[in-house]
Design a protein around this ligand. Structure first.
Ligand code: SF4
Length: 307
């Protein structure tokens, strides 16, 4: 799992124990944009003040955080808390999704697993075959592969999104190969903050291009048609990665570079890759590239040159 792994934290010991957010301390080795922020969610060691619960689950998402997670488990246990260590990085079982428990309120997961077996992704191994879950409310859909679910389920998710106080986000990323015109039309007719698809493998380009075209053709603006572009995976070069990112931008999508993070990830991409990821992960910088290109085109046209 590479691209959306910061978002897929919905499983773990609590699922099996049927404990709720109100009685379980959740401890995370690092903060992500979706880390819960309620009073029983902690990033790091125990606080100096007493916590009104005694059971703690140290939930580890990233394999490279396992050592830190183990250290935190010992630290919380030393303070007298009954601690369990688990989460996806330890092969924690993923079952039903409990809103607010391992991801902050507003994020939701309506299915687990995936129909595909992409070589760089941990989802098939950790979550197994695709299965739908009870649809719990939220406006940010984190599913691994929502569009692989039966249409009836996808329709029910869209209906749930229409009841939410905020515009919909699809940050789990949709599978461009499975996107159909009806889905694009439905998104265009609802409040949409952003949708992401994934351009992980060069051979999926035609599906990505088609899906960006479907979204834009349905009237969805470019800034809402996001596309995670996997970079830095086996044999990739900076030039090839830059070319794929530019292709997404030029065909009307909003590219976001996602650097490949394998199980032995150390926390920092090499400097060339870090620069590329920085310049292709902020919308302002990405659109500045487009403006610069347009300006360059204007200049070339003014000077009578053709591209
Ligand atoms: S489609 Fe996405 S979630 Fe499914 S295996 Fe591939 S990368 Fe993983």
């Amino acid at each position: 799992m590479t691209k959306r792994d910061a978002q897929r934290t919905g499983g773990g010991v609590a699922d099996k124990l049927h404990v709720s957010q109100a009685s379980l301390i959740r401890v995370f080795p690092r903060r992500t944009p979706l880390t819960p922020d309620d009073d029983l969610a902690f990033v790091g060691g125990p606080p100096l003040f007493p916590v009104p619960a005694r059971r703690a689950h140290v939930s580890c998402l990233f394999t490279w955080d396992r050592r830190e997670a183990g250290r935190l488990a010992e630290e919380w246990a030393a303070q007298g808390y009954k601690v369990e260590l688990g989460g996806p990085a330890f092969g924690g079982e993923s079952s039903e999704f409990e809103p607010g428990l391992y991801v902050k309120n507003g994020a939701t997961i309506t299915s687990r697993g995936c129909i595909r077996h992409c070589p760089f992704c941990f989802v098939p191994e950790r979550e197994g075959p695709l299965r739908t879950l009870e649809i719990k409310p939220g406006w940010d859909i984190l599913d691994n592969n929502l569009l692989a679910c039966p249409r009836k389920h996808v329709e029910a998710v869209l209906a749930m999104l229409n009841e939410q106080p905020r515009a919909a986000r699809f940050t789990g990323g949709i599978d461009a190969r499975l996107c159909r015109p009806w889905f694009a039309a439905r998104l265009a007719a609802m409040r949409l903050d952003i949708l992401y698809m994934a351009y992980d493998m060069p051979e999926t380009w035609s599906a990505v291009e088609r899906t960006i075209g479907l979204m834009r053709g349905a009237g969805i603006g470019q800034r809402k048609v996001g596309c995670y572009v996997l970079v830095g995976y086996e044999g990739d070069t900076l030039a090839d990665a830059e070319r794929r990112l530019s292709m997404v931008l030029e065909c009307g999508g909003m590219p976001f570079a996602m650097y490949y993070r394998g199980a032995d990830w150390t926390g920092k991409p090499p400097s060339g890759w870090a620069r590329l990821v920085r310049s292709w992960s902020r919308p302002a910088a990405i659109f500045a590239k487009e403006i610069n290109d347009a300006q360059r085109d204007d200049l070339l046209n003014l000077s009578g040159k053709k591209l």
